[in-house]
Structure formats: C-alpha cells, structure tokens
Design a protein around this ligand. Structure first.
Ligand SMILES: Nc1ncnc2c1ncn2[C@@H]1O[C@H](COP(=O)(O)OP(=O)(O)O)[C@@H](O)[C@H]1O
Ligand SMILES: [Mg+2]
Length: 258
C-alpha cells in the first residue's frame, strides 16, 4: 500500500483561500507534542430551561499513531466529543489542540481545511451517497479538494483496494452489504491520507463477523499507514485490543488503566 502522506495542511496566511494549490504547512516547531489534546472542554446545548450540559470539562490526550477507544453509555456525550474532535461542532469552552495548534482559535474556513487535509470521519450509518458508485463515493473528499480527475480515480482505487473492495468499485451502496458499505466509508475517509480517523460507533450497525472485519481493517491501517484512530464502541472485547480506553460518564472522560 502506498503510504505517502498527504500534502501538509493548509493554514494560509491570508483569509482562508479555497485554492487546492499546495497548502501552507502547519506552524513550524509543532509536532513533538500530543497529536490531539482537549483541555477542560465543555459543551452546552440549548438555552434557558432547555439548557443541557453534554460535556463538563473533558480532558483527552491522543499521541501520534495511537489507537484509542471511547466507551460510555448512550447519551453520555460520545458523539458530542467526536463531533468536536472532527471539527463538525465547536466546544462551548475549553481548548482543542491539534499538534499544539489551538483549533478553537481558527477561523471557520481554516477548520474546514483542517478537516479536509488532516481528519477522516466514519459514522455509524455509513453516510454514503445512494445511486453513486463506490468509486465516486470514495473520490468525493478529493473532489472537494479540487484534485484532477485522473488523480482522484487513482487514489480512490488505491483506497478501495486497501479496504479489500477493488472489485466492487462500480457497485452502488444498495448493492453492497453493511460491512462492505462501511469499508467504502473507511476508504472514503482514508483516501486523503488523514493523520487521524475518527469513527463514531463504526461497527454499531454491523453483524459480529462484519464488525470484526471492519475492526481488523482499522488496526491494519493503523499499523501500515500510522493513521491514529479514535473509535467509539460499545464492544469491550474490541476496545481491549486498542492502545487505550477512555470512558465517558456524565460528561466527564476518564482514561482507564490498561
Ligand atoms: N443538538 C443537540 N441539542 C440538544 N441536545 C443534544 C444535542 N445533541 C446531543 N444532545 C444531548 O446531549 C447528550 C449527549 O448526546 P450524544 O453526544 O449524542 O451522546 P452519545 O453519543 O454518548 O449517545 C444527550 O443527552 C443528547 O440528548
Ligand atoms: Mg452517539
């Protein structure tokens, strides 16, 4: 598998440019610290009587190449935390550092670029476009980056090969099993060679066998490409095989000794 890293991420000096041309690197000197840190992150939904505090001062550290699980009962704030890590939502207060860079201080546009060049996201529900082939689904993140057609095809094929679906590129989601659809979603997430892949209950809709296959695939990508993973799971058997397990309860995250 070709493990060439993506171009360094784009934090243009001026106002965020939409240009797909080679992005500016992350500020110099970063890289020695944690890949990701959350410091006292809170998230409050709603206002007044409808106010609900989903995260109450979450601290988290993920090192480069680490494969970690987040566990916790339904409603404990796992998806809220994942959406913040994935720059799909912002914390109410606290700090989110990505390689020492304060994400909460970035502009909306810069956060979008961080998402596009560094982060991959996999959802429980696969979230593939229907009536669109596996290959086209996997190409999508590259289309957003403005990459030329030939390069998109080549990289999407490579990603589909990596998840063992090279023969299925012309199939639409409806023609694929749940496990295969989730592997397409993983191919779509890795096609950009993200630094970290965030997966929110990626095996939650899968049968035992498919779940095991998807999990093995994530471990392999972690090993072969050095991609870091944060995986939300209810499966303690799978979690026990990861580098670290973090448990969320009542909006507070605690690292389990393992
Ligand atoms: N957009 C929202 N508006 C209001 N409350 C929300 C919203 N999203 C999540 N919540 C609430 O925040 C809590 C945590 O939700 P979530 O992060 O989805 O938990 P989990 O993924 O652990 O099941 C739940 O009580 C949920 O109802
Ligand atoms: Mg959830």
């Amino acid at each position: 598998m070709n493990a060439t890293p993506s171009p360094p991420a784009p934090f243009p000096a001026g106002e965020g440019s939409q240009s797909p041309s080679p992005p500016a690197p992350l500020p110099a000197g970063v890289g020695s610290e944690a890949l990701i840190e959350l410091r006292e992150v809170t998230k409050v939904y709603g206002q007044g009587p409808a106010e609900f505090q989903a995260l109450r001062g979450v601290n988290l550290r993920i090192d480069p190449g680490e494969f970690v699980a987040i566990m916790g009962p339904s409603g404990s704030g796992k998806s809220t935390a994942m959406n913040i890590l994935g720059c799909l939502d912002s914390p109410t207060s606290g700090a989110y550092l990505f390689r020492g860079l304060h994400v909460e201080r970035l502009s909306r546009n810069q956060r979008a670029l961080l998402r596009r060049y560094y982060l991959g996201f996999v959802f429980q529900g696969f979230n593939l476009l229907a009536r669109t082939t596996a290959l086209e689904n996997v190409e999508l993140p590259l289309l957003y980056r403005g990459e030329p057609r030939a390069a998109r095809h080549a990289r999407a094929r490579e990603a589909l090969d990596a998840v063992g679906l090279g023969q299925w590129e012309q199939h639409t989601p409806a023609e694929l099993s749940g496990g295969q659809q989730q592997r397409v979603a993983i191919a779509r997430a890795i096609v950009t060679h993200p630094t970290i892949l965030l997966a929110d209950e990626p095996t939650g809709n899968l049968d035992r066998h498919s779940a095991e296959q998807v999990f093995e695939l994530m471990l392999e990508l972690n090993r072969d490409l050095g991609t870091s993973f944060v995986v939300v799971t209810h499966d303690s058997g799978l979690a026990a095989r990861m580098d670290a397990v973090w448990r969320l309860a009542d909006g507070v995250l605690v690292k389990e000794s393992c």
